[in-house]
Design a protein around this ligand. Structure first.
Ligand code: SAM
Length: 290
């Protein structure tokens, strides 16, 4: 079957047929641009050997494209009003299964084990923007085997994922994403490619998951607590950020000695440190407290 829903007329028709009303709380902005859909599928690099997890299929617009390109697709949708619509728009595709669930509550490891024998999955989604970060961090931290995550996100979030030290967008999200994956912004997407139009610009970003982490870290949780603490107080020094963190709860002397060992000076700021620097500093601290 050939995908039909990228055409706005067909989308309007389906919405009318089912008398569907958009739910703001679920971040529903459906794609109505075939060029954007083609770009996402190309960037995700989907072949018939692939098992794809789609988060939030909506009325199934991208799902049709994914089903045409992939071996098998599982699409997880929270809004039960969309389930009968998906059954209709995807009836000609025999390689799709729809799950009516909240992705944040789903056991993705179990799904990947059952559906793909534990082999790596490709995640593709036009994400609901209100939960972009929890979804992406949840996928990484679950340590489910994932090859790549190709997603539509708010443009400024894509920028934050991709930048390095010394820019205003650099922060805890940049470091977390880059610890797990190599980010690449595929395309910027304006509001008129969606129905209804979002208030913000969007971008497609591909995160190619690292096979091995790019840095060696003794204690990942400690490193991420440290990263959060040093960006909590942006205009303060790294030393103050780490000393004032209740979550870290480190003695002042440990913080001071460790920063001294890092060798970037006592007044160094968190936003100038690379992932390598954070890894090194967390390993120094780890050895002092263990
Ligand atoms: N993929 C469709 C498209 O591109 O036209 C819809 C994208 S829309 C931006 C986001 C979709 O995610 C909506 O269908 C929404 O109902 C769904 N959604 C929102 N929160 C969700 C959650 N926690 N779990 C699963 N799906 C969710």
């Amino acid at each position: 079957p050939i995908p039909t829903l990228g055409n706005p007329q067909n989308t309007i028709e389906i919405l009318k047929k089912y008398n569907f009303s958009f739910q703001k709380k679920f971040g529903q902005n459906f794609l109505i641009d075939t060029r954007v859909l083609d770009k996402i599928i190309a960037a995700a690099d989907i072949t018939k050997d692939d098992y794809v997890l789609e988060i939030g299929p909506g009325i199934g617009t991208m799902t049709q494209y994914l089903a045409a390109a992939a071996g098998k697709v599982t699409a997880v949708e929270i809004d039960k009003a969309l389930i009968p619509i998906l059954a209709d728009t995807l009836k000609d595709y025999d390689n799709v299964n729809i799950v009516n669930q909240d992705i944040l509550k789903m056991d993705i490891q179990k799904l990947v084990d059952e559906e793909n024998g534990g082999k790596p999955v490709k995640v593709v989604a036009n994400l609901p923007y209100y939960i972009t970060t929890p979804i992406i961090m949840g996928l990484f931290e679950s340590h489910v085997p994932i090859e790549s995550i190709t997603v539509m996100v708010q443009k400024e979030v894509a920028d934050r994922m991709q930048v390095g030290p010394g820019t205003k967008d650099y922060g805890a999200l940049s470091l977390a994403v880059q610890y797990y994956a190599q980010p690449y912004i595929v395309a910027n997407v304006p509001p008129n490619c969606f129905m209804p139009r979002p208030k913000v610009g969007s971008a497609v970003i591909r995160l190619t998951v690292h096979r091995e982490p790019p840095v060696r870290v003794e204690d990942e949780k400690l490193m991420f607590r440290m990263i959060r603490a040093s960006f909590n107080q942006r205009r303060k020094t790294l030393a103050n950020g780490l000393k004032n963190s209740a979550e870290l709860d480190l003695p002042r002397e440990i913080v001071e000695e460790s920063i001294e060992e890092l060798g970037k000076g006592p007044g160094v700021r968190g936003e100038t440190l690379t992932l390598e620097d954070f890894a090194l500093l967390s390993n120094i601290i780890y050895r002092k407290i263990n």
